[in-house]
Design a protein around this ligand. Structure first.
Ligand code: R5P
Length: 293
């Protein structure tokens, strides 16, 4: 209760000491509102400025993907080794205990299943902003189909999600999807990543490509790379190493972690590259020295 008598007298005003001036460490986020920055700060490590996101949303179009047959058994043990969990609302609500205490990136859009094998639809809203707030999401992921028939629809979903995220202080991860017949060239990724950032994405998820340093330079927000199909562990670490060396701010990796021989050690090895400046060679040595223990 406010009390005017007997209070300790205020005296420590720090006269002459300038207020701390901190530059917000996430690319392109300097002018965002406090809530946006707070969520981004939870996703990106304060020291490295990078993030390891674990993507396990594959079931939303692929069903029980190898390695993710039992989300409830696979995801919680991996959580300590990553910065962010990325999945669907169904996966979080059924298989990830809230006590896992990690920022979550919630997949906000649905797409056609693998049975259709095309990108013509553009998807729809799978989890709206109320769900994101209810799930305490740190980010919303929107799949986009640049250069495919679903482009227009997916950009509309991106714009609407950015609008809603802006109102609630929730950043949006724009995901660049690549169809099996589409080029994976520097020219394509320059276009797609820049396009998503200029349409409001706060973070962009892309694939690694030749000329990647120009892709990251031209994108005004952080790029995190998808892992793609399972590679031998050493090759996946080389891809992560090159991406970080060429300006990526992390990975949003799935199969190359949860389909590894030892997913928990692989997650840590990826973290060594992303956060601790390990070379791919050193990170692979770490993997070999520790796997199966
Ligand atoms: C992409 O949008 C998918 O839903 C996955 O999140 C993505 O492909 C990342 O997983 P992976 O590293 O297995 O490619």
């Amino acid at each position: 209760m406010a009390d005017n008598d007997g209070n300790v007298t205020s005296k420590d005003f720090g006269v002459g000491i300038a207020p701390p001036t901190a530059v917000f460490p996430v690319k392109g986020a300097q002018h965002l509102d406090w809530g946006m920055q707070h969520r981004l700060a939870a996703m990106f490590d304060a020291s490295s400025g990078n993030t390891v996101m674990l993507a396990f949303d594959h079931g939303y179009i692929m069903g029980p993907t190898s390695g993710l047959e039992r989300l409830d058994l696979v995801i919680p043990p991996l959580a300590p080794y990553v910065n962010v969990l990325m999945g669907t609302r169904g996966a979080f609500r059924t298989c990830v205990p809230p006590t896992v205490n990690k920022p979550i990136c919630l997949r906000a859009t649905y797409d056609a299943s693998v049975l259709f094998d095309d990108m013509s639809d553009g998807g729809g809203v799978a989890a709206d902003i109320d769900n994101a707030v209810a799930l305490d999401a740190c980010a919303l992921a929107v799949q986009t189909f640049i250069g495919a028939p679903g482009e227009r629809r997916s950009l509309e979903l991106l714009a609407r999600t950015v609008d809603a995220g802006q109102r609630c202080g929730i950043p949006v991860l724009g995901v660049v999807a690549v169809g099996k017949d589409m080029e994976r060239s520097e020219k394509f990724f320059l276009l797609a990543t820049r396009l998503l950032a200029e349409n409001g994405a706060n973070v962009v998820k892309s694939y690694y490509c030749d000329g990647f340093e120009r892709v990251t330079a031209a994108c005004p927000v952080p790029i995190v790379i998808a892992g793609g199909k399972k590679l031998p562990e050493g090759e996946a670490l080389t891809m992560a190493y090159r991406a970080i060396a060429e300006g990526a701010h992390g990975v949003d990796m799935g199969r190359n972690i949860f389909q590894a021989d030892d997913p928990m050690v692989m997650a840590q090895a990826v973290g060594k590259v992303v956060h601790e400046s390990y070379t791919d060679v050193r990170a692979y040595e770490f993997y070999l020295d520790n796997k199966g223990r």
